[in-house]
Write a new protein. Structure first.
Length: 100
């Protein structure tokens, strides 16, 4: 993993960890549900950004190497399978778009 990506990712994940603890405290304190929901939504956004950092690192390292080694088809299949679980990239489903 590229060092700059690693540092950014670790920083983001440590922030998420602290934020999760704060949300747990909000639940324990029985705070107003919409306030908790807002914080959970912020956590989801932070995790999506972490996922994008990982994707960027993967593209800049593993994918480039695989293409250089002639393994493009395999790495594309792997990447498509991975992105299937990343709604921020693919949307809610991986269905083909319909054309009217």
């Amino acid at each position: 993993m590229k060092q700059d990506h690693k540092q950014a990712l670790l920083g983001r994940l440590k922030t998420v960890r602290g934020h999760v603890e704060a949300v747990i405290a909000m639940v324990d304190d029985e705070r107003y549900c919409p306030e908790i929901m807002k914080q959970i939504s912020a956590l989801q956004g932070s995790l999506e950004k972490a996922n994008r950092l990982l994707l960027q690192n993967h593209l800049e390292t593993c994918v480039v190497t695989a293409v250089e080694e002639g393994r493009a088809a395999g790495i594309v299949d792997e990447l498509m399978e991975t992105l299937r679980y990343t709604p921020v990239v693919t949307g809610p489903t991986m269905e083909e778009p319909t054309h009217d």
